[in-house]
Ligand binder design. Structure first.
Ligand code: UT7
Length: 378
C-alpha cells in the first residue's frame, strides 16, 4: 500500500522594496493625514517599488530566501505558482520569469488570480498536488506591486496598499501534519466591490471601466461593503477549516490573516472568540500587500518565534472576486539549521542562479540564429 503523503512547509522568505512611504509623505500629495489612516486602518507606512523593481523581481528575491531556508536546489522544484494581481504581463507569467531566473528547469509554472486570497488558493493547489503524488516539491509565492495599479488621487484606496512578496517551499513527507485542510470560496456577485478593470476578452472601451467610475488598470473599492464582507468570512471560514481539520478553534495557536486593516482583524478575533494577541498583524509597517501579505506575515511570525513545532496555524485570505480562503497547517517536520542551509548546497544554488542567466541568454541567442538561418534558406 502506498504511504500517505503530507505537504509540509520547509522554507520561507520575503522581500520588500527599498523605499518606504510614511503616512506623512502620502499626505503631501493626497488629502489625508497620519491620524486618520492609523485610526481607521492601523497602517503607518508601506513599501513602494522603485523603477527597477517589479512583482517578478520581488518574487525572485523571496523565492531565493525560501530555497535557502529549505536547503534544496531550484532544480528540485516540480512546480512554481505565483499568486498575484499585478503580474508584469498577461503572459508570460510571473511564475515563468521566476522559473527562468532560478534555473528551476524541471518545474511547471503558472500565475494564479484570486486577489488577496490568492496565496491560500495557491498553497492549496500545491499541497493537493503533493498529497496525490503528482509532485514532490513546490514553490508558492504571493507577490505584488500594488503601487502600479493604484489611483494615487483616490484617498480611499491609495493609502491602504503596499508592495512586497513572500514565498514558501512545500515538500512531500510521510510525517503526519503540514497542510491539514482548506476552504476555498467565491461570490462573483460582489465582483464590482473591489476591481481592477483591464483589457481582456471584452474590448478596451470606456464601458470596460467599473460602474462606479473606476479607471482602466486602476483599483476601485467599495470600502465599507468589503469591510463587512471581510469580518464575516474570516470567522466563518476559519471555523469551517477547523471542522475539516478536526480541531476546534481554541486549538489554533496563531491566525495569520490577510493584512488589510487592523480593525478587521480585531472584529474577526471577537467573532471567533480568540484573543487578538493570537492574530498576527504587521499591517502597520507594510500596509495591504494583497496576495503577498500572508506569506510576509508568516515569515515575520516565524522570525519572532511565534510559530513553534506542532502548532496549529490558521491562514485566512479575503478580497476581490469576491474570494476568501482558509487553511489549517500543523507546523513542522524539521527545523532548518541556524545558518539556514548547508554550505555546499548554498554554493550549488548560487552556481545555478549564474547558469540560469547564461542558459536563458544562450537559448534566446540560439533561437535568433536558427530563425535567421531558416530565413536565409527560404
Ligand atoms: O485587500 C482587500 C480587502 N480590502 C479591505 O479589506 C478594505 C476594507 N475596508 C476598509 O478597510 C475601510 O472601509 C477603509 C479603511 C477603506 C475606509 O474606512 P471607513 O471607516 O469605512 O471610512 P469611510 O470610507 O466610511 O470614510 C469615512 C470618512 C469619509 O468622510 P465623510 O463622508 O464622513 O465626511 C471619507 O470621505 O473619512 C473620509 N476619508 C478620509 N479622510 C482622510 C476617506 N478616506 C480618507 C483618507 N483620509 N484617506
Amino acid at each position: 500500500m502506498a504511504a500517505v503523503r503530507h505537504a509540509h512547509v520547509i522554507g520561507w522568505g520575503m522581500a520588500v522594496p527599498e523605499t518606504a512611504m510614511t503616512n506623512a509623505e502620502l499626505s503631501a500629495f493626497v488629502e489625508t493625514n497620519d491620524e486618520w489612516i492609523y485610526a481607521r486602518t492601523g497602517i503607518r507606512q508601506r513599501f513602494i517599488a522603485n523603477e527597477g523593481e517589479s512583482t517578478a523581481t520581488l518574487a525572485y528575491r523571496a523565492a531565493q530566501q525560501a530555497l535557502e531556508v529549505a536547503d534544496i536546489l531550484p532544480t528540485d522544484l516540480d512546480l512554481i505558482v505565483v499568486a498575484t494581481s499585478t503580474a508584469e504581463n498577461i503572459f508570460p507569467s510571473t511564475a515563468s520569469l521566476v522559473q527562468d531566473w532560478l534555473n528551476a528547469h524541471d518545474a511547471g509554472a503558472f500565475d494564479l488570480s484570486a486577489a488577496c486570497s490568492g496565496f491560500v488558493y495557491a498553497l492549496n493547489m500545491a499541497s493537493d498536488s503533493i498529497r496525490v503524488g503528482s509532485i514532490d516539491a513546490a514553490l508558492v509565492i504571493g507577490a505584488e506591486t500594488m503601487s502600479r495599479i493604484l489611483d494615487w488621487q483616490d484617498r480611499s484606496t491609495c493609502i491602504l496598499f503596499g508592495d512586497g512578496a513572500g514565498a514558501v517551499v512545500l515538500k512531500a513527507s510521510e510525517s503526519p501534519g503540514g497542510v491539514l485542510a482548506s476552504v476555498l470560496r467565491s461570490d462573483g456577485s460582489g465582483g464590482d466591490l473591489l476591481a481592477i478593470p483591464s483589457v481582456g476578452s471584452i474590448d478596451a472601451s470606456e464601458s470596460r471601466a467599473g460602474a462606479n467610475g473606476s479607471k482602466l488598470y486602476k483599483m476601485s473599492m467599495a470600502g465599507g461593503e468589503v469591510f463587512k464582507f471581510a469580518t464575516r468570512v474570516v470567522s466563518e471560514s476559519v471555523e469551517q477549516a477547523c471542522r475539516l481539520a478536526e480541531i476546534s478553534v481554541s486549538d489554533i495557536d496563531l491566525v495569520i490573516p490577510h493584512q488589510a486593516n487592523l480593525r478587521i482583524l480585531q472584529a474577526a478575533a471577537r467573532k471567533l472568540g480568540i484573543d487578538v494577541d493570537r492574530f498576527m498583524s504587521n499591517v502597520e509597517r507594510y500596509g495591504n500587500t494583497s496576495a503577498a501579505s500572508i506569506p510576509i506575515a508568516l515569515c515575520e511570525a516565524i522570525e519572532q518565534k511565534r510559530v513553534q513545532d506542532k502548532d496549529h496555524i490558521a491562514l485566512v485570505g479575503f478580497g476581490g472576486g469576491l474570494t476568501w480562503a482558509s487553511m489549517i497547517i500543523r507546523w513542522g517536520i524539521s527545523k532548518p539549521s541556524e545558518q539556514h542551509g548547508s554550505l555546499l548546497n548554498r554554493q550549488r544554488r548560487h552556481v545555478q542562479y549564474r547558469i540560469a542567466r547564461w542558459r536563458s541568454r544562450s537559448r534566446r541567442w540560439r533561437r535568433r540564429v536558427n530563425s535567421r538561418v531558416r530565413d536565409l534558406q527560404s
